[in-house]
Design a binder for this molecule. Structure first.
Ligand SMILES: [Zn+2]
Length: 349
């Protein structure tokens, strides 16, 4: 009961703070903030796909339009950042990672209905149907195995999971994916090689329907509407930081070349698989002629007029698209910024 009252109070406070009149009052301090949302799968019960709720996304887009938010494309946001253009208010942009079929068939019509631009980051080997992402393969085998427990061996570790319930399978998927991201390339490939045998599930050569990519034709049609842009998210979706120089460079360069070959107006912004990168990878992005990259670090984009550095904006941070309206309001207005300001003042006092 206590928790419920607390939640209702929190919701009421957040909704009041996000009210357009409050945002207008704070505009002199917050008008140069931008929010970029990162989205992944969209729910598709016909294929058993879990993801962003279509109803919730629609409610959010409707609200943004009703309240006259400045919804911009990532291209426009970056152009403004590069120019140091003066902003008149908080901006919101949407991005989708990976290029799965649901983004073309379910998300795109929603975005179109609200005249809302979005940028989709494509895994080009996946689009070309020569591979499908390893993290989806992990999800697929752990979801479909008939075994109630499984042991997976990497070079230096043995991972055991109970798989009696759906919840355990989801947890096992999350844990194994996380561990894979921290492995050396040799260990990682050993795990992938052993997955099929460990689970007794044959991994299809190309993605099953529920994990399928959109087609290049889908991408061209969406690009033609003028609302959607496409940008590279590697060839294979494997972790670049554990690859050799040549492999990591190719993942960036080749994926960009493929997109330039297939589409008319690709966006020169790279998206690192799993958000993992270092100085070396950033150098390869620059060398490939790409202008910047997005991260998976939660945070606002800041427009600084008369940018001191030509490198600005070198990294575009993104908020994970949330599941509740209150979280959405915090990230898409000044509120999360206000909390950060408060926290740093408290630290410094
Ligand atoms: Zn991805």
């Amino acid at each position: 009961m206590m928790r419920r009252t607390k939640n209702i109070l929190k919701q009421a406070i957040i909704r009041s703070l996000a009210h357009p009149r409050v945002c207008t009052i704070l505009n002199p301090w917050t008008r140069r903030l931008g929010t970029v949302f990162m989205m992944h799968r969209f729910e598709d019960p016909t294929q058993g796909v879990y993801g962003h709720s279509v109803e919730f996304v629609e409610a959010v887009l409707k609200r943004l339009r009703r309240r006259n938010y400045r919804i911009v494309s990532l291209r426009e946001l970056i152009d403004d950042l590069n120019r140091g253009a003066s902003w008149k208010g908080h901006r919101v942009a949407f991005t989708c990672d990976d290029g799965t079929y649901d983004q073309a068939e379910i998300a795109a019509p929603l975005f179109e209905r609200y005249d809302c631009p979005a940028t989709i980051f494509l895994v080009t080997g996946f689009m070309d149907r020569v591979l499908w992402p390893w993290d989806d393969q992990v999800a697929y085998v752990l979801r479909h195995t008939a075994r109630t427990s499984v042991t997976i061996r990497a070079d230096s570790q043995t991972l055991s999971y109970d798989l009696c319930t759906d919840a355990q399978r989801v947890l096992a998927t999350e844990d194994l994916r996380l561990r894979c991201k921290l492995m050396t390339q040799t260990e990682f490939l050993a795990v992938l090689d052993g997955l099929s045998e460990a689970t007794g599930v044959a991994i299809p050569q190309s993605a099953p329907c529920a994990y399928a990519p959109m087609t290049w034709d889908d991408a061209r049609t969406l690009e033609g509407t003028g609302l959607f842009s496409f940008a590279p998210h590697s060839v294979s979706h494997q972790i670049l930081t554990s690859m050799s120089d040549d492999q990591a460079r190719d993942e960036i360069t080749v994926s960009w070349q493929r997109i330039c070959h297939e589409l008319a107006k690709p966006l020169p912004v790279f998206n690192f698989p799993s958000g993992l990168f270092g100085t070396r990878e950033v150098g390869f992005v620059r060398a490939a002629g790409l202008s910047t990259f997005v991260s998976t670090v939660a945070g606002y984009v800041h427009c600084r007029p008369n940018a001191e550095s030509a490198d600005l904006p070198w990294r575009i941070d993104r908020f994970n698209f949330p599941e509740t309206l209150e979280d959405f309001l915090q990230y898409s207005t000044w509120i999360e910024w206000g909390k950060d300001q408060l926290r740093s003042r408290m630290r410094n006092s």
